[in-house]
Design a protein around this ligand. Structure first.
Ligand code: CMX
Ligand code: CO
Length: 153
């Protein structure tokens, strides 16, 4: 079902500060910055490697306000790992299969995610306490990495 770990999402108060930290200590490069109002985040994707069906990344997340998923998480738990995202070939198919196994789907249908992916979340309480995201990467040519860009969605 899973092809790779697509990304690990890290909640933070100050996106620019954390980008600088991850660039400095891990030599990672930002390949995309995005404001996703539907998810309530300002975010950056830092590229790690290319894998089957897409890349793998660290996703840094700053909330757009306190009453957002990441805003609430920061208030309750502070900065740190917020979710793990797995790459799947077909997110609609994966959602159907996982839903049939009794896991609560936070998204019944895929939404827009980073780098033009299609994403959906599973309830952390049904996955051993881990907020889980499914990612179907956007179609792109094998062996290429996305260009750095700024988009507002
Ligand atoms: N990881 C693990 N557990 C989490 C969690 C997280 N990130 N966020 C919340 N929880 C736990 C809470 O601790 C709580 O447990 P207890 O009842 O034991 O205290 C339980 O889940 C319910 O949490 P809550 O605070 O009452 O509920 P919220 O209103 O904060 O909703 C959740 C939690 C997961 C349903 C919500 O954050 C959500 O829908 N998330 C999906 C969307 C999202 O996270 N978007 C941002 C990222 C976007 C991206 O990756 O592109
Ligand atoms: Co994510």
């Amino acid at each position: 079902m899973f092809m790779r770990i697509d990304h690990v999402g890290i909640a933070c108060h100050d996106l620019e500060e954390k980008i600088a930290l991850f660039e400095r200590i891990f030599e990672l490069t930002v390949v995309a910055r995005e404001v996703n109002t539907e998810q309530g985040v300002r975010e950056a994707m830092l590229h790690i490697a290319d894998g089957e069906g897409g890349g793998s990344y660290i996703q840094l997340l700053e909330p757009l306000g306190p009453d957002t998923p990441v805003g609430k998480f920061l208030a309750k738990r502070g900065e740190g790992v917020h979710h793990v995202a797995f790459g799947v070939p077909d997110v609609v198919h994966a959602l159907e299969k996982i839903g049939d196994r009794g896991v609560r789907l936070l998204d019944k249908r895929p939404r827009h995610g980073s780098l033009d992916s299609s994403i959906a979340f599973l309830h952390p309480k049904d996955v051993g306490g881990m907020l889980t995201e499914l990612v179907q990467a956007a179609e792109r040519q094998a062996g290429t990495t996305p260009n750095a860009r700024n988009t507002d969605t």
